[in-house]
Design a protein around this ligand. Sequence first.
Ligand SMILES: C[S@@+](CC[C@H](N)C(=O)[O-])C[C@H]1O[C@@H](n2cnc3c(N)ncnc32)[C@H](O)[C@@H]1O
Length: 283
Amino acid sequence: MRTAGVPDADDVAAYYDVMGPLLQLVWGDNFHFGYWDDDQDTSDLAEATDRLTRVVAERLAPRPGDRVLDLGCGVGVPALRLAALTGATVLGISYNRRQVDEASDRARAAGAQGRVRFAYADAMALPYPDASFDAVFALESFVHLDRPRALRECVRVLRPGGRIVLTDMLLRGEIAPELRSGVEHGLAVQRLAPFPTADYYRDLADEEGLVVEELTDLSDHTRLTVHRIADSVTRHRREIEERYGDQARAIAAAMRSPLQLMPEFGYQLLLARRPFATGPSAV
Ligand SMILES: C[S@@+](CC[C@H](N)C(=O)[O-])C[C@H]1O[C@@H](n2cnc3c(N)ncnc32)[C@H](O)[C@@H]1O
């Protein structure tokens, strides 16, 4: 049974069929938030989203040759970047076949097929054996997932001692009652599960037997993302209307909505480790 408010996986895949080209137009090839030093940082979206990949790669810190799973790989840019930065071998998975094809083309074009591969798979039912990866990262894929199911799968495929890094949205405060239906509409249009609060991942990691090494509110560094995307949607408005039809128009409107800018919405990063042994003495 699905957790309340979590979108259907096939529906998310269909959303990316429509949204993929539009996201690439307005956001770039990294489908995740950017990281800026502060509000004066003039980096553009491409630089800032790449910087967030580097933040994740530094936290994950795989060794050369380690087997890394990228859960929800988009069009493959973060997996290729992490492999280049660390020397790890990366398998990226997505439940959207077009993304897997585009990411595979990208790996071929980069001559990286030996170290970076992509496959079609559901993050909530991974077709991989237990303990088959040294590390797992998930850049914003948990926004679409049944989080407990997905984290359980990550823990299952992670070897004891292995690390997971994920980034997700963060609900930093109560949403005013008069805004709730608008927020729910925005989440549904963008196929997003309700956002987790600050304590959520500490509790969930604990339930799944992970040791939390870091749980950070990155909102002060990621805040510019929604402004930059809203500006970009405005700049590309005519093209979106002409090329992508009604559904994309509705999604683009949600991406430009003032609700996106609410201070209650933030961004978080989790770094956790699967302990070598379970039980009271496990560390
Ligand atoms: C916001 S995008 C992030 C993509 C990528 N991590 C990046 O940073 O560019 C979310 C990703 O999660 C993937 N995804 C959503 N639901 C999934 C599922 N059930 N199984 C695997 N991937 C899924 C989407 O196809 C998409 O690639």
